[in-house]
Write a protein that binds this ligand. Structure first.
Ligand SMILES: Cc1cc2nc3c(=O)[nH]c(=O)nc-3n(C[C@H](O)[C@H](O)[C@H](O)COP(=O)(O)O)c2cc1C
Length: 226
C-alpha cells in the first residue's frame, strides 16, 4: 500500500467492513410447499420481490463462456419467464451473442437482497425468430429502440463524442420511424435444466432447493447443504 492510497484504502476498508447481509427479518421458505415446476416458484418470488420494493428485480446476470472456455458475465433485463424459460434480448453481434452462437450453455443469476433470496438457473440458450426479435424491440420504450439502433455493441469506441453523435441520430430516427428494425437485435430464451432457489436466514440456516431435469418433462427436487 502506497501512502497516496492510504486514506482511500481506509475509507474502503471501513465501508466494506460495515456491510451486512441477512441482518434483517427475512421471509421463511418451506420447500415442502414448493410447486412441481421451478418457473411457478420463480414467478411467485418475483412478484414478492417487486412487492417488497426490491430495486430492479428484473435485472439478472448472464454468464456465458467464450470459445476458449473463459467465463464472461454481464447484467441484462429479463423480458419474461414462462414455460419455455427465461427470456432476454441483445445484439447477436455483441460479445455475448457471439459466445452464445459458439457455446449456447449459459447461466443466470438473480439476487433480491431485501428478502435474502437468490435464484440460479443453468441451461441452454435458444435463439428466437426474427419476428420475436422485432416484437421484443417494439414492446418497450423509444429509448430502448434508440439504444438498439445505435448498434455496434461491444465494439471498441474511439471517443464519447462519436457515441453522442450516433445516439442523437438514433433517438431522432426512433422518434421519426418507430417501426424501424434492427437486424442484429435477437430474442433469446434460456431453457432451464437446473434452477436453484436460495432463501437466506439470519442464523445462516439458509434453505437451498434445487430443481433438475434431464430430457424428460418432469423435474426432480432436492435440498442442498448451504
Ligand atoms: C441494469 C442493466 C440492464 C441491461 N440490460 C441489457 C439488455 O437487456 N440487453 C443488452 O444487450 N444489454 C443490457 N445491458 C448492458 C450489458 O450489461 C452489457 O454491457 C452489454 O450487453 C454488452 O455485453 P457483452 O459485451 O458481454 O455482449 C444492461 C446493463 C445494465 C447495467
Amino acid at each position: 500500500m502506497t501512502p497516496a492510497n492510504a486514506p482511500n484504502d481506509s475509507l474502503f476498508t471501513r465501508a466494506l467492513h460495515s456491510q451486512r447481509v441477512w441482518a434483517t427479518a427475512l421471509p421463511a421458505f418451506d420447500p415442502a410447499t414448493a410447486p412441481a415446476e421451478p418457473v411457478a416458484l420463480f414467478r411467485d418470488w418475483f412478484v414478492e420481490a417487486a412487492g417488497a420494493g426490491v430495486v430492479e428485480p428484473h435485472t439478472m446476470h448472464l454468464a456465458t463462456v467464450d470459445e476458449a472456455g473463459r467465463p464472461d458475465v454481464r447484467t441484462l433485463m429479463m423480458h419474461d419467464a414462462d414455460d419455455r424459460g427465461w427470456h432476454f434480448a441483445s445484439h447477436a453481434t455483441s460479445a455475448k451473442g457471439r459466445q452464445l452462437a459458439a457455446r449456447p450453455d449459459a447461466a443466470l443469476g438473480f439476487y433480491w437482497p431485501a428478502q435474502g433470496r437468490q435464484v440460479r438457473i443453468r441451461g441452454r440458450v435458444a435463439t428466437g425468430t426474427a419476428e420475436e426479435a422485432y416484437a421484443d424491440l417494439h414492446a418497450r420504450s423509444t429509448g430502448a429502440l434508440a439504444a438498439a439502433l445505435v448498434g455496434r455493441q461491444s465494439e471498441p469506441l474511439p471517443d464519447l463524442a462519436t457515441l453522442s453523435e450516433a445516439s442523437d441520430a438514433a433517438w431522432e430516427r426512433a422518434g421519426r420511424e418507430p417501426a424501424a428494425d434492427v437486424k442484429t437485435w435477437t430474442a433469446y430464451v434460456l431453457e432451464p435444466r437446473e434452477v436453484e432457489f436460495f432463501q437466506g436466514d439470519e442464523r445462516r440456516r439458509h434453505v437451498r432447493l434445487r430443481y433438475r431435469r434431464e430430457d424428460g418433462p418432469g423435474w426432480t427436487r432436492e435440498l442442498l447443504w448451504p
